[in-house]
Ligand binder design. Sequence first.
Ligand SMILES: Cc1ncc(COP(=O)(O)O)c(C=O)c1O
Length: 394
Amino acid sequence: MGKYNFDQVIERKGTACQKWDNLGKVFGDPDILALWKADMDFQAPPEVIERLQKRLDHGIFGYPNRPDDFYEVIISWMMRRHGWKIEKEWICHSPGVTPSLVFSMLALTRPGDKIMMQSPIYSPFYHIIQENGRRIVDNTLVLNDGRFTMDLDDLKDKLDPGVRMLFLCNPHNPSGRVWQEKELTELAEICLEKNIIIVSDEVHSDIVYRGNKHIPIASLSKDVENRTITSFSPSKTFNLAGFRSAIVVIPDEHLRERYNSLVSGMHLAGVTVFGSEAIAAAYGSGEEWLKELIEYLEENLHFTEEFLNSHMAGIKLIKPEGTYVPLIDFRKLGLSSEKLQNCLVHEASVGMNNGAEFGKVTEGFARLTIAAPRSTLTKGLIRISKAIEKGCLI
Ligand SMILES: Cc1ncc(COP(=O)(O)O)c(C=O)c1O
């Protein structure tokens, strides 16, 4: 028995949370079980809550600076957990990881430029590229024996001079891949050779399972470091997404200046009292909680895999190396994405992310959020297996 209780079921409905309060709007039924969104049904570490409470009790919330320990805990976390030595001056701000991708793109590319990304991918990648007048070049991942890999020959073929930037997702959502050194090195070499700026979304970097290691792509070499913008935050790791605060590391002075001048030009450089406190508290005192969280998630994964094997023949978990949002391959059912979604929502009464939202390759898949108390996960899996037993007729 650990120090923290991840089995506790806490009601989230009515707390203005997207995951549970938007079910009606998103799935058409407000009463289904929320197994979607990369957001956990666990409370943040008590150590974080305690620090926030202390700050709250002070009661004055004027324009803030960063707390004294802010930079030091980030630098130390990055070194200790991911082996990358970063400098205080490199650390920039964004109100979220996704906005930092947009800022990087606006600061360093022009309308009409092409941005490379690797589908299936977290769906805002599509929107932010297109809605800002840039063009998508998709280096689709390849699925072999239940594991996604990069197709670097395809990437090279598609790298014409119009491609200015790569949006990397490391670890990758939704494939669950934690890219290995060899894959990252080959990818980075191509980018250096073709003068492509790498924008690496590393928001899932702290949720990595046994036998795998997250490698920040910028940590590969000085040359790669100087062509890379890395963005991360404790929002996935410690369930703090609501604080809208991310960390953007830009070692190269020129890239950093362009990024910062865009952000300050929009008057978005201001930080929030609680976002800064939450980051400092999480990285400064959340490590023991994180260790137990990962153990719990690993057990949830194992449980999910066993459950699928014993109750849903042919329905497979795409075993993630990291992230708590693995894909489930339902293609055995032979249903279109729409029919699969209908079955999950209206017959099984669960809300999972439709695989089709991530790309064409994951049509017939759905993404399951396993960051929930085991009883919630069990309830969801039982409902799905019963709907499949009945033949998914809706
Ligand atoms: C790959 C990836 N990037 C970014 C985000 C969102 O980050 P933020 O809320 O900081 O914009 C998510 C959330 O699911 C994600 O999976």
